[in-house]
Every structure is written in structure tokens, then in C-alpha cells.
Design a binder for this molecule. Sequence first.
Ligand code: NI
Length: 171
Amino acid sequence: MALLNIVTDEDPILRRISRPVDQITPRIITLLDDMRDTLHKAEGAGLAAVQVGVLRRIALVEVEEGNTIELINPEIIERFGSQNEVEGCLSLPHQWGVTERPMKVTVRAMNRHGESFTVTGEGLLARALCHEIDHLDGKLFIDCTIRMIDEEELQSGSKRSRRRRSSRGNG
Ligand code: NI
């Protein structure tokens, strides 16, 4: 197991565009394994390679514990509807905001065996897929927030469930 360092504080690398993967090498497999360990340790909903300093089009999404979806060269091929929910990012600790995202998306990607597959996600999974794919194009959730939320608001009142959901809304 290897934990990678997650870049934060608007490190300029987060604004760069990641390059496609054309061949799945042992190095890519190791990166996927290390990203998975790093994501679990950080308890996030997703992680893009750029967040660990690697400018390749690779991302992981995990909104259900233990069900890690590995995405190589992912592309959104369909989107439906919209949702406004609270979102955060492992690279922007302590920042939270409401974003508008599609309610449902279908993504085509390659798996670690080089096989093409599609995944369709609704709700939180749709948001996590969009968030991670945005990272590969140098975009952050703060670019599409309708409004920012402070920590006090995040933790106040009814919001035990909301807070829990939000903590899994980190990517
Ligand atoms: Ni993120």
C-alpha cells in the first residue's frame, strides 16, 4: 500500500489539462492501486490523477463503500436533468458550495485491462463522475458553484444527514 500526497490550495497543476492514456503500463496499474489507497484514506468520493500530481486522464469514483470505479480516459456521453447539491473537493479543504450538475450521466471509459465500458450514475454518482472528469480538464467545483457555504452552515441544524452526505461529496 502506498499513499500519495493530495495537492491542495489551488496548486497550479490543478488547472492543467491531463493527457490521455494510450497504453496501460505497470506504472499505470500501480498508480491506480495507490490512488485507491489514497482515496480510502482520505474518505473521499473520488480522486483524479492530477490531484496526486500526475497529468493523465485517470480518475476513481467511489460513492458506495467498497465499490471503486476506475476510469481511464473517461468521457461523458449522455446527460439528463439537473440537481443542485453541496459539493466539496479533497484539493480544496474547507470549501463547500452548491453546484448545478446533471441528475444522471453516462460515461464511457476504459478499465485497467484496456476494455471499454460505460457506467450510468444518478444523484451523487452523477455528481462525482462530473466532478472527477472536470479535474481532468483543469476545472474545479468552485468554477460552477451557485453559492458557497461556510462550515457553520454546513454543520448547523438539520444537517447531520446533509453533513454526512457532504463528506462523501469530496472529490
Ligand atoms: Ni475534487
